[in-house]
Design a protein around this ligand. Structure first.
Ligand code: SF4
Length: 743
């Protein structure tokens, strides 16, 4: 029989399914210290235990997975891993449960003539993918199809996806859900330090004498990091800057309950006080920074009077905050989504960086302007997803960077797009304007998580072809797809994650994916084969082979980890932080920070001050919608859109089962609300019915809803930071209407 190209990739697709089974044997053999094929499969050993990184948040805890007959049956937190030191949060403990959910996607699904998703086989799914994406490209141009990736899959998978899409399939536009959480920090660090480089290590939580949390609630969002704070032996001052009296604020020594989105003015006001009171590390500023004089001039106009008016804080609080920062010997600043998810997040993050720079709190133990990441592999995505950055934190618009990558990957440089990608919001608006006609969504739940949901749902309907690749066929996004590709989840595949402190850790295959679900890696490989790119990605043969390619791509870059041998070494040393250039020997459980030498990644080696005047709220409360809606994480038992965590009965018991809104007692009284009442929350975008939770956590005039319930993004207002394009989820105008009965 002659092997035509089509027959060839159909055969390869079947091979890939078989490889998936082989992969189980290989992945588990690692627990015996071996990685190659042909080793005794660990799954035959009934009582093995192997360690791997948790697949939820960016803390990167290690979990000991206990196996029976080669399958995971239980887990416990790894005791000797430098990140979590024997601890895990509820999500980590329940990591294995979502794998067994009844609504796992077990075979490809294709929309039929009646608009119903019906089962199909892999060859048909792949053939449909290729035929329809190619037809769109032929009609509207190669850049009319785009992809939305994720921070939830291993670095090797995201690099493969980004490379196939952009170097092979001719796509220009691809972004990821890390746009929703980390884009602001990426841009802030890049502009200030010359590279996206969070400088800290978790040891800093234990070594500070003053910790300042800005828009961060680690008790709930990063509980194991909070445990590290609790281990601090220095009796530290803990400052929480947050409009809400969060669980972390309750535990703080100083809560700064500023008015929502007055953070930029507050930080400038603190800088102005520090400068005025001579609490500036002049030597550090002179030797290691650039633009201080202009910054000092800018912040001078943020007088205490001005700042107190904008923030609603008394002078005593402002002054105390400045004093704590100015007099502290080891001051660390930590921020998350309260800063990042803002229409002026980049400049706010850079105001935090400025405070660290003017006080010389960087590069020493217990210091740093430290952005805490969100998803388990957001850092991997930032460096290697090949979405808006070229592989290795490079730039698509830089000819030298394109030439480097072409040479390192041995591909024609013309295959690398010369322009940057649309950001997530621009891909969405590209669908509206007719520029984007085909979309491939991988391991993210856009239809739930994107801002101003009703508009988004309408926009998705305009696509000619929507492909969703996910563990579940029931997500709000998957049910809208034309084609669903069933994917293996965390625990069913291998690769590496990079956590918030730049630590690379390994995940393994400890459970067999259900039905025909494949590791995303092998779905990408099958798509590449079907597209005719098999030869081009021959070297990308397995996750560990791709790790070796990534090492090559990192060499000489600030994130250089070419000195790491491979998965086994990472595993045995308790993870390895980047950078680790060739020739440098990693130590067991090492904890390293950046910038100890005061040298930053900019050409002149200096960190840069960047600043701007605070902008007005995109949608301020008004007569019709008098309350400010804040959003955020609700509990440590929930994860993002709850795609996985709602599969666990244990986790469901650990948080309120119904959507709710926090209301202050003052507003509750004005609305005649009782503790068991339901309310309608209405914004200019829509209205939702939720339970009222009357609490002093929120201030009068403000209400709060957790992000996990789909109701919340029916209300949010689509505004974006102009530099990072990150959505501003945190502040929009709403009103409450009391309902006479529960729904
Ligand atoms: S803190 Fe994060 S990484 Fe650690 S167990 Fe919980 S979800 Fe997993």
């Amino acid at each position: 029989m002659t092997e035509t190209p089509k027959k060839r990739w159909l055969l390869r697709a079947k091979d890939l399914l078989r490889m998936h089974d082989g992969e189980l044997t290989r992945g588990l053999s690692r627990t015996q210290g071996g990685f190659g094929l042909g080793q005794v499969p660990e799954r035959l050993k009934p009582d093995a235990t192997t360690n791997m990184i948790c697949g939820f948040c960016s803390t990167g805890c290690s979990l000991s997975i206990h196996l029976k007959n080669g399958q995971a049956i239980n887990l416990s937190p790894a005791r000797d891993y430098p990140v979590n030191l024997g601890m895990a949060c509820p999500k980590g403990w329940e990591s294995l449960t979502p794998l067994k959910a009844a609504d796992r996607a077990t075979q490809p699904l294709l929309k039929d003539a009646n608009g119903k998703l019906v089962p199909t086989d892999w060859p048909t799914a792949l053939s449909t993918f290729v035929t329809r994406m190619r037809a769109i490209q032929a009609k509207y141009g190669p850049d009319s199809v785009a992809f939305l990736s994720t921070g939830q899959i291993p670095t090797e998978e995201m690099a493969l996806l980004g490379s196939i899409a952009k170097f092979g399939m001719g796509m220009v536009h691809g972004d990821g859900n890390t746009r929703q959480c980390m884009a602001t920090s990426v841009v802030a660090y890049k502009e200030s330090f010359g590279f996206d480089a969070p400088p800290f290590t978790y040891k800093d939580f234990e070594e500070s004498d003053v910790l300042v949390f800005v828009g961060a609630n680690p008790c709930i969002a990063h509980p194991i990091m909070w445990e590290r704070v609790c281990k601090n032996p220095n009796n530290p001052e803990i400052v929480v800057i947050d409009p809400r009296r969060t669980e972390t604020a309750m535990a703080a020594t100083l809560h700064v309950p500023l008015a929502p989105k007055s953070d930029l003015a507050l930080l400038y006001g603190v800088a102005a006080l520090l400068i005025k009171q001579g609490m500036v590390d002049k030597e550090f500023v002179a030797e290691h920074t650039e633009g201080y004089a202009e910054f000092a001039e800018h912040v001078a106009k943020f007088t205490p009077k001005e700042v107190c008016e904008r923030t609603g804080l008394p002078y005593e609080t402002l002054s105390k905050l400045a004093e704590l920062i100015g007099r502290g010997k080891r001051v660390s600043f930590w921020w998350t989504m309260g800063v990042n998810q803002s229409y002026e997040g980049v400049r706010t993050a850079q105001a935090i960086i400025a405070l660290a720079l003017i006080t010389g709190n960087i590069g020493r133990p217990g210091t740093g302007p430290n952005s805490i990441t969100g998803q388990c592999n957001a850092m991997g995505s930032r460096l290697f997803s090949n979405t808006t950055n070229l592989l290795g934190g490079r730039d698509f618009t830089n000819a030298d960077h394109r030439a480097d990558v072409a040479q390192l990957l041995n591909i024609d440089v013309q295959r690398i797009p010369q322009r940057g990608s649309f950001a997530y919001d621009q891909i969405i608006s590209g669908i509206l304007s007719g520029k984007i006609k085909g979309l491939w969504v991988i391991a993210t739940n856009t239809a739930h998580s994107w801002i101003n949901q009703a508009d988004l749902h309408d926009t998705l309907k305009r696509l000619d072809f929507l492909v969703v690749q996910d563990m579940y066929s029931t997500t709000e996004t998957a049910v809208r797809a034309d084609l669903v590709l069933p994917a293996a989840g965390w625990g069913e595949k291998e690769g590496t994650f990079i956590n918030s402190e730049r630590r690379i850790g390994v995940i393994k295959r400890v459970s067999r994916a259900p039905g025909q679900a494949l590791a995303d890696f092998y779905i990408f490989k099958a798509v590449a084969e079907a597209w005719g790119l098999g030869e081009m990605f021959e070297e990308w043969s397995s996750p560990e082979a791709v790790f070796q390619i990534l090492k090559r791509l990192s060499r000489g870059r600030p994130c250089d980890f070419s000195g790491i041998q491979g998965y086994e070494q990472i595993d045995s040393l308790g993870g390895i932080q980047w950078p680790l250039p060739e020739g440098q020997a990693p130590q067991q459980s090492e904890e390293r920070r950046l910038f100890a030498d005061g040298q930053f990644f900019r050409e002149n080696g200096r960190a840069r001050f960047l600043f701007a005047d605070p902008a007005p709220l995109p949608e301020a409360p008004n007569a019709k919608f008098p309350l400010m809606l804040l959003t955020g994480r609700g509990s440590s038992a929930q994860w993002h859109t709850e795609t996985r965590t709602k599969k666990s009965e244990v986790l469901k018991k650990l948080h309120p089962g119904v959507p709710y809104v926090e209301v202050s007692p003052v507003d509750a009284k004005a609305l005649d609300l009782g503790p068991t009442d339901w309310v309608r929350v209405r914004s200019a975008r829509g209205s939702v019915t939720v339970k009222a939770f009357i609490t002093h956590v929120v201030q009068p005039g403000q209400v709060f809803m957790p992000m996990h319930h789909p109701e919340t993004n029916q209300l949010t207002f689509a505004a974006f930071d102009p530099y990072s394009r990150q959505p501003s989820y945190k502040a929009c105008a709403v009103r409450l209407e009391r309902l006479d009965s529960s729904p």
